[in-house]
Design a protein around this ligand. Structure first.
Ligand code: ASP
Length: 243
């Protein structure tokens, strides 16, 4: 439409800019809102709420660490690497992920660790960037646990079929989660709506997200390297770890 069509393009451009500004404004005030919501929740439900949060984090950290130590040991052993060598080299990316809460930011550290584990460049340069965006076991575990936590908090009984849905939704939700701090919290909207849980639950989970995100990101990045080791074996490469 030439010159006349530019008005439509300009309209869409303004719409896009307006949405970005609205999101920025919301994100700017979100910490204040989460703090106020937490204060209100605790004033309403007292120490019971703090106890519920503490048990959630206890269970999440417990399962995540179990997954890291037991499941990843099995995976790297199947890949022909000693779990001790894996843990030694994985420690730095684990700490970086725990503190930055971003798989994307941790990617260079994970690549360095893969190199030390003896994975050839052509393997980890493909698997780790893909893994950082789609392979998130820590997030899947967190999203499934959050769904159960919110269901219990609101007294909503779940049928066996809904448990299956929770697993499915957490799996899909974790794949779709962005490798940035808080990405998994946003995707709870998808998981909760699949199971029919109230979306207010996201506000409740936001209160403790800093702590929950730290461990799930550390597990996410560690899983990427464990799977990379395993794939290296399947592809017929030989691992030559540095001591
Ligand atoms: N922060 C996580 C990551 O970067 C994603 C999430 O929030 O679950 O892996």
């Amino acid at each position: 439409m030439g010159e006349r069509g530019r008005a439509v393009a300009r309209f869409l451009e303004l719409g896009s800019e307006l949405s970005i500004r609205i999101v920025r404004l919301i994100m700017y005030y979100a910490p204040v809102a989460v703090f106020c919501y937490a204060a209100w929740l605790i004033s309403q439900y007292g120490p019971e709420m703090l106890k519920a949060y503490a048990s959630f984090l206890g269970v999440q950290y417990g399962f995540s660490i179990f997954h890291f130590i037991v499941v990843y040991s099995i995976i790297v052993t199947l890949g022909g690497l000693s779990p001790l060598t894996y843990f030694k080299h994985q420690l730095t990316p684990f700490i970086v992920a725990f503190t930055t809460r971003s798989s994307a930011v941790t990617l260079p550290y994970n690549m360095e660790a893969a190199k030390r584990m003896g994975v050839p460049d052509e393997m980890f340069r493909v698997t780790l960037p893909i893994g950082a965006t789609v392979n998130m076991d820590g997030t899947a575990l967190y999203q499934a646990l959050s769904a159960l936590f919110i269901a219990q908090l609101f007294g909503i009984p779940l049928s066996p079929a809904q448990y299956g849905l929770v697993i499915f939704a957490a799996l899909v939700g974790s794949v779709a989660t962005a490798a940035i701090p808080g990405g998994g919290l946003v995707m709870l909207a998808f998981v909760f709506s699949v199971v029919g849980l109230p979306l207010e639950g996201i506000g409740i989970m936001a209160v403790i997200d800093t702590f929950a995100d730290a461990i799930r990101t550390a597990i996410n990045v560690s899983g990427d390297n464990a799977c990379t080791v395993f794939l290296t074996k399947i592809m017929g490469y030989k691992l030559t770890p540095t001591s």
